[in-house]
Design a protein around this ligand. Structure first.
Ligand code: SF4
Length: 369
């Protein structure tokens, strides 16, 4: 059984049944509802209420068991998942990506060098291979294959895609919903060498989503790993903490008072997409980032987190009108409908409607010239 909500717990308590001891406060909470809400968040023990029915107690005790073990391998944590779907709470540890280096293979040193040098920067994070597993030898700081196979992990064999996928789903479901101890070890899928990287990418992507705690590859390919790490970063973000950057004015390529001025919200993915483009422009620029609780421009606008007032206040906060002579601010194309409203609120600047997509900024700037 998945975790009970406060309301589900409340239904078992005296107040919901209008029974004796309703809101008696013996648990230290002002009402049964307050107790139920605390219990759902694990902020109080069930023993505090002497009138809790035995069936609820049993469910709470069962739920308190950790569904999946967490293990740490060379500083990389895997497992410890409590939910089937990220939006139920959050996923705790991202799927680790490991590569096997076999020292009996002729090009193993080149492969090792490539793995060590591989990194991609995305949304303010450096993504690298998590673990190197060494076969037929030892490399400083790496895990040997013999030690790897002794770890308390369960291998789910990658033979037939649908069978592997079913087994991954069954294992996670049994661990999370039934808290079945037979299924509580984190799981990994081992990919033997293949020349078909497209199929490998498709399978590995699926297993990242559902439900491998670790993927072990005999192959190493920069493009494959870039795709998988990008997907993994998207899946394993915490939905309770939107990806956001600081709302402020960012500078690209040493701007001066006449440089271009762009504006967007503080949603990290939007910020980095725009920032990448501005960095590579042949001209310097500013990027005004407004606070929007990490929402993308259109979502922020519809939730009233991006308004003309918010934009005007951000400029005021940084006294921006007095710092620059350029009087044009380029807004995202998705906010074209706000042009007049923004111009009314931001008296010092003319509003120019920019591109819908960040990748088109360079062409847009060329045309502006
Ligand atoms: Fe309700 Fe139990 Fe707390 Fe009394 S002790 S208020 S019955 S939850």
């Amino acid at each position: 059984m998945s975790e009970l909500s406060g309301l589900q717990i409340f239904k078992y308590l005296p107040a919901a049944k209008k029974a004796e001891h309703t809101n008696c406060k013996e648990c230290g909470c002002p009402t049964c509802m307050a107790f139920a809400l605390k219990l759902a968040k694990h902020q109080i023990e069930c023993e505090k209420c002497p009138y809790m029915p035995a069936d609820l107690k049993e469910i709470v005790v069962q739920n308190a068991k950790q569904p999946q073990k967490t293990i740490e391998i060379n500083g990389v944590k895997i497992g410890g998942e409590n939910v089937l779907y990220r939006h139920e709470k959050t996923f705790n540890n991202r799927t680790a990506i490991a590569v096997v280096v076999d020292m009996q293979e002729p090009d193993w040193e080149k492969k090792l060098e490539k793995i060590k040098n591989f990194e991609i920067k995305r949304v303010n994070e450096i993504l690298k291979v998590d673990l190197i597993i060494v076969k037929n030898g030892n490399i400083d700081g790496a895990l040997t294959f013999d030690d790897f196979i002794k770890l308390p992990l369960k291998e789910i064999v990658d033979e037939d895609f649908s069978k592997t996928a079913e087994e991954l789903i069954e294992t996670r479901t049994k661990a999370v919903l039934e808290k079945d101890e037979k299924y509580c070890d984190p799981v990994y899928v081992y990919f033997k060498h293949t020349d078909d990287l497209n199929t490998l990418c498709a399978k590995a992507s699926y297993y990242i989503c559902k439900y491998a705690n670790m993927l072990v590859f005999e192959d190493f390919d920069e493009y494959l790993f870039s795709a998988l790490m990008t997907l993994r970063q998207n899946i394993f973000t915490d939905p309770q903490k939107p990806l956001q950057v600081e709302a402020k004015i960012y500078e690209f390529n040493n701007p001066d008072e006449n440089s271009l001025i762009f504006l967007t919200t503080n949603f990290a993915l939007t910020f980095f997409a725009v920032a990448n483009e501005l960095e590579s422009l042949p001209v310097p620029s500013y990027l005004v980032v407004t606070p929007a609780e990490g929402m993308s421009v259109l979502t922020a606008w519809s939730a009233e987190k991006f308004t003309a007032k918010v934009a005007a206040n951000t400029l005021k906060k940084f006294d921006f009108a007095n710092k620059v002579k350029n009087r044009k601010i380029i807004i995202p194309g998705l906010l074209a409908h706000m042009k007049e409203e923004l111009e009314e609120e931001i008296k010092d600047f003319e509003i120019v409607v920019g591109t819908v997509e960040a990748f088109a900024i360079s062409e847009f700037v060329q045309k502006m010239k």
